[in-house]
Design a protein around this ligand. Structure first.
Ligand code: GLA
Length: 379
């Protein structure tokens, strides 16, 4: 019985992948419907870039492009059922290509976050990565995973639909050792989840830390600062950083600091007490490699709510501190400081140089596998 079900499931997957999804497709089962649409979004490196839009039975939709694996739109109904776009981004590919995107909606890596001076030693060999953030390496370097064209296959089932993105990052790319085969699967489900599954294998020992960099604003991407969002983070500790945002190596209690989000607090309440705003890794409680609750954000006016679940040890809470109005986004919106916030599930920054942090080394024969779920609703 189980075997037959799996056969049907894999046949459906093969069928949907082979069908190539030109135009619209629907999958129905009872009342549940998933919908998929693919349109040409432009060209990058002489390759066609497509925008895939998946809509679920509840009217939530996500648009994803195969450049940078970028989530360009995320439509979530508010308390009254009115859809609003809750992620910052651009209207056209050309603006993403102009290279001034602060990682809006992208997959970041090969090492998301910072590596001090772009250097690390692995098996007695010192590696020098590209430096692109002062003296440090940030989000994979000058041309990270947010700026490459991914191979893409779509899939659609009665309860879920999405894209499987693959990319081969060659040995030496941005200074990293090893040919790294990366697969990122985005899935929208009828339970209002956006699930991201990351997988990678290498042919040489390397370091790796992948994440997703959407800037959220649950009131809508053009609605202003995120100060009124209530945020709860499942973390008793955070990682203090030096002036170049490299961890000092300590894990400090959040208690008695503006980092204390163990109960709901408005993002704007204590942001002024943190130099520049929040840009810190939170040490998520109960790390054991399994999925667990990481954070809950809610916006009181729209009623929209988001929960994050992950198997990762940390989560970077970044409050859009470097936005300064020069990024002109969707609908001509000038994104100003603190107009969006990121909850980037990941390993700790600079782990390759911090022996006490959980390891980010991947060796040949091992499989890097991690998942994060962003769930949306109203309350
Ligand atoms: C991350 C970093 C920030 C900043 C943004 C991109 O979240 O932690 O310091 O670099 O990306 O602007």
């Amino acid at each position: 019985m189980k075997k037959r079900f799996l056969l049907i499931l894999s046949t459906a997957l093969i069928f949907s992948i082979m069908s190539g999804c030109s135009g619209n497709m629907k999958q129905k089962q009872g009342e549940e419907t998933m919908n998929m649409k693919r349109t040409l979004f432009g060209e990058a490196n002489s390759r066609q870039i497509y925008q895939y839009t998946f809509t679920n039975a509840g009217g939530m939709s996500v648009s994803i492009i195969n450049y940078g694996g970028i989530v360009t739109h995320l439509m979530v109904p508010d308390r009254e059922g009115n859809p609003g776009d809750v992620v910052l981004g651009y209207d056209s590919l050309s603006v993403y290509l102009e290279n001034n995107s602060p990682y809006f909606g992208a997959i970041t890596g090969r090492y998301a976050n910072r590596i001090a001076r772009g250097k690390f030693i692995l098996d007695d060999v010192e590696y020098q990565l590209a430096t692109n953030n002062g003296l440090n390496h940030l989000h994979g370097g000058i041309k990270g995973l947010d700026k490459v064209v991914w191979e893409v296959k779509d899939f659609i089932f009665p309860d879920s639909a999405g894209v499987i993105l693959t990319y081969l990052s060659k040995d030496g790319e941005e200074g990293y050792p090893g040919n790294l085969n990366i697969t990122v699967t985005y899935t929208l489900t009828n339970k209002n989840e956006l699930k991201i599954d990351y997988e990678a294998v290498t042919d040489k020992p390397t370091v790796l830390n992948l994440t997703h960099h959407s800037y959220f604003n649950l009131a809508g991407h053009s609605s202003g600062t995120v100060y009124n969002h209530q945020l709860l983070i499942n973390a008793d500790k955070y990682i203090p950083v030096d002036e170049t945002l490299i961890p000092t190596g300590e894990l400090l209690p959040v208690e008695g600091t503006p980092m204390d989000f163990r109960v709901f607090n408005a993002i704007g309440d204590r942001i002024g007490d943190v130099d520049g705003g929040y840009d810190h890794t939170f040490v998520l409680n109960g790390y054991d490699g399994k999925m667990r609750f990481a954070a809950h954000a809610k916006e009181p006016v729209s009623g929209r709510s988001m929960k994050v679940f992950t198997d990762q040890p940390g989560m970077q809470f970044y409050s859009g501190n470097f936005l300064d109005g020069t990024n002109i986004g969707k609908g001509n919106t000038a994104y100003q400081k603190h107009f969006g916030f990121c909850l980037e599930t990941q390993h700790f920054p600079d782990s390759p140089n911090q022996p006490a942090f959980p390891s980010t080394v991947l060796r040949p024969g091992e499989k890097y596998q991690t998942s994060t779920i962003y769930w949306f609703g109203v309350e």
